[in-house]
Design a protein around this ligand. Structure first.
Ligand code: DAT
Ligand code: MG
Length: 150
């Protein structure tokens, strides 16, 4: 469905290193539709909920410290297969394994500073969108839709 949505977040290192525009640009020029965007300094409790599946992993405390260390940029992007395609655009979790040409492959070195988050499945995307955007998304029509989709 062209209405599939994913949650993409620029992490604090991405904000501090001025990669926000680059990440937005890649999703925008690919053809996806931006349906929500904001900055936030998330609480640790909020981040623990976001990463609840990783609770108990040895890197969990470090991950929460890092994610709580500064502002993040929260986005929802919409389009056909955007969850899977968005993960491809981000690249592998470990930058040493991320292909060049991906965001992580091009802009970072360390797994603990991998500049961006992207939902890993349609179901987790829905959960994450509800967690980060309880106020709802921005609904509108793009007149270029027939130039992106046949
Ligand atoms: P992803 O962000 O690609 O979905 P994930 O959900 O498995 O990866 O993990 C969330 C974040 O936790 C990841 O972006 C960086 C951090 N992380 C994952 N595995 C790690 C590890 N082995 N060492 C340090 N940090 C790790
Ligand atoms: Mg993940």
């Amino acid at each position: 469905s062209v209405k599939e949505q994913t949650y993409i977040m620029v992490k604090p290192d991405g904000v501090m290193r001025s990669i926000v525009g680059e990440i937005i640009k890649r999703f925008e020029t690919k053809g996806y539709k931006l349906v929500a965007l904001k900055m936030a300094v998330p609480s640790r409790e909020h981040l623990e909920k976001h990463y609840e599946d990783l609770n108990g992993r040895p890197f969990f405390a470090g991950l929460i410290n890092y994610m709580a260390s500064g502002p993040v940029v929260c986005m929802v992007w919409e389009g056909r297969n955007v969850v899977l395609e968005g993960r491809k655009m981000l690249g592998a979790t470990k930058p040493s394994e991320s292909a060049l040409g991906t965001i992580r492959g091009d802009f970072c070195i360390d797994v603990g500073r991998n500049v961006c988050h992207g939902s890993d499945a349609v179901e987790s995307a829905q959960k994450e969108i509800a967690l980060w955007f309880p106020e709802g998304l921005c609904e509108y029509e793009k007149p270029t839709v027939s130039w992106v989709y046949e």
